[in-house]
Design a protein around this ligand. Structure first.
Ligand code: EPU
Length: 343
């Protein structure tokens, strides 16, 4: 057995003092003490060993599409690029580093359905269960059968069945655990072999209702069109999609807002006493749409999306976000929670 602690020079591909600018879709500059890109499970094991031997914290990222760096990272950033899709009937085992949108396309061209509403969501497959990605009336948990993770606390691979993941709106056991505890290696998805369309979401229904017969491919195309129209392309303006979660409030709070004259839209939840409100509406009503603060700004066609105009730092974006949430708290008495992970 090799008992010698792993040293910097022993690890192929390890970069010291690495820029993170191209590893986050906000495109903000921050530095990692070490960074490594992983394409093989063995490289991952070595990287974890290196971090342990050198008392470094690890941060595992996919495409960096749901995080904001506000400091340099003093540990090891592991960029998860494990690839591979294995199919057994309607069950797919997908490696964590696969691109989410490419997987959605792959499923449709292989006669597997269900993911079409989740087209064009940025990021990797491994990131999808962490915040239970969702859009246009569908959340990924509907299809997640198992998640295979590396538990850094016990240094072992562990399988989580669907119920162990404890999914809820933009949340899961993986997001609630201390950062770095679970590293997702593979996700098992059970898809539909027949089309079963989800058309409850109004803007989507409105687009496809013009067609005679609606297919999963039509839904995919419509979702892509709606997203391209509303959400900025990170290649043009750095962003991470919705910055805040949509707040969930009591029926009493909703009544109080209406009584104050705020005509806020609301969506029912599984709990008859709780309603989800669009954070974008609250922010727009508070005057934030299109507002600029130096190099950080609020997107002009969606008040929930913060953008980097080119040279924003993570701090610039965070300060703007704080100003926005303070104003919503003052005006509506609602505390917005970030959806993006702040690191
Ligand atoms: N609205 C405004 N002003 C705006 C934009 C929207 O008032 O500038 C209002 C409208 O009333 C609209 C409502 O907000 O009907 C909801 O807007 P939208 O349909 O764009 O959805 P959202 O609630 O803002 C959520 C997800 C998105 C997802 C869309 C579509 C969250 C935090 N965000 O946004 O997810 O794509 O629904 O399903 O749940 C993401 O998580 O990064 C993300 C983009």
């Amino acid at each position: 057995m090799n008992t010698k602690p792993t040293n910097h020079a022993d690890i192929e591909g390890l970069v010291e003092d690495a820029s993170l600018q191209f590893f986050n879709t906000f495109g903000v500059e921050a530095r990692a003490k070490y960074l490594i890109q992983i394409t093989e499970i063995e490289e991952f094991r070595q990287a974890v060993e290196f971090a342990r031997d050198n008392f470094l914290e690890c941060l595992v990222i996919g495409e960096g599409s749901n995080l904001l760096f506000v400091h340099d990272y003093p540990g090891l950033v592991i960029v998860m690029k494990l690839q591979g899709i294995a199919r057994e009937g309607s069950l797919l085992r997908v490696a964590a580093g696969e691109n989410w949108h490419q997987l959605v396309e792959w499923t449709l061209s292989h006669g597997l359905y269900g993911l079409e509403n989740l087209a064009l969501i940025p990021g990797t497959v491994g990131a999808a269960p962490i915040q239970n990605i969702g859009a246009y009336g569908c959340e990924v948990e509907r299809f997640v059968e198992r998640v295979i993770v590396y538990d850094t606390q016990i240094a072992k691979e562990v399988t989580f069945n669907h119920d162990d993941c404890d999914f809820s709106y933009r949340d899961s056991v993986f997001k609630r655990a201390p950062r770095g505890r679970y590293v997702i290696l593979e996700v098992e998805l059970r898809l539909n072999s027949e089309e079963q369309l989800l058309l409850d979401y109004e803007p989507l229904k409105a687009v496809v209702s013009k067609l005679d017969r609606v297919t999963a491919r039509d839904v995919f195309d419509a979702v892509c069109r709606i997203r391209r129209k509303k959400l900025p392309d990170p290649k043009l303006f750095g962003n991470a999609g919705s910055f805040f979660k949509n707040p969930i409030v009591s029926a009493q709070k909703l009544e109080a807002l209406k009584a104050q004259g705020f005509d806020v839209p609301s969506y029912a939840t599984d709990d008859a006493e709780l309603f989800k409100l669009p954070a974008a509406w609250l922010l727009e009503a508070a005057g934030w749409k299109g507002r600029v603060r130096g190099q950080a700004a609020v997107h002009e066609s969606h008040a929930l999306v913060l953008i980097n105009l080119g040279k924003a730092s993570g701090e610039d974006v965070l300060l703007l976000a704080q100003e926005m949430s303070n104003s919503v708290l003052q005006r509506f008495g609602i505390a917005l929670q970030p959806e993006v992970q702040i690191i």
